[in-house]
Write a protein that binds this ligand. Sequence first.
Ligand code: NDP
Length: 277
Amino acid sequence: MDRYVVVGNPVGHSKSPLIHTAFAQQTGQQLEYSTLLSDIDCFTETMQEFFNSGGKGANVTVPFKQEACALAKHLTLEASTAGAVNTLYLDEQQHLCGHNTDGLGLVRDVLANHGGSLAGKQLLVLGAGGATRGILQPFLAQKPASLFIANRTVSKAEELASAFSALAEEAGVESLSGGGFDDLAGRQFDWVFNATSASLQGDLPPLPEGIVTQDTWCYDLMYSNEPTAFCQWAENSGAANVMDGLGMLVEQAAESFLVWRGIRPETADILARLRQS
Ligand code: NDP
């Protein structure tokens, strides 16, 4: 049986085994997918042991995505621009390769599941951590009109905007810039993506009033059974379209499955099942 894992620390809470097992059943693929807890200091050894013993592929989660990027011999464009890898696989020469499917999964969720569009739109991304790094290239490839990154630590947002400026220019995006939450006053956006981890603590970034209208689509990358603090704020601000990151989770998994097995599973059933659980 081909073996796959999600490696992280902690990792016990991961929904990935459930999702990939459902994908395998649906597509008739023979594989086994489980969690793999790695010691914080032993990620490289853990991965070497896994692949040397015949493992076929791994999803990588917190806090190892940057280390996985350094470990891979070859990187896809998504992984190299993100500086982070969430999918490890072996190529035909058995070289370890790294891909990042987080941003692709988010874009797919927006376009295919929610019927949204990013092309020509004014985007706001809150947060400048690993998740934002992962979504910027796939976002820019959608050719939005503008993208503003707002972060608590302003310098990080500015640095990210500057690091992706060449890609933005290539894609014909008129404006890519970064700043703080205060810089949002008086502005309005078509999309607001919350890529801060504030929701994990039930917090909300200090957002000025008026940046969201009824037509603004609001997306929290985090997901939970109850509406997140950001989703509640968006609804209270009058946004008609408010969504969380469960679809992103399922879609990034489907992208990984495609890389490993050459077949893209349908995601609607498992997404509905996760929503109900
Ligand atoms: P990081 O730790 O790399 O970055 C956290 C970011 O949140 C930083 O920009 C930080 O600002 C900001 N932040 C943290 N607390 C607050 C606060 N109280 N107020 C304002 N800003 C705050 O995390 P990630 O980028 O890896 O993850 C971000 C979110 O994305 C998480 O909620 C995670 O669950 C979600 N995610 C969802 C995925 C999915 O499949 N649905 C996939 C990947 C991530 P500063 O720089 O100032 O510290």
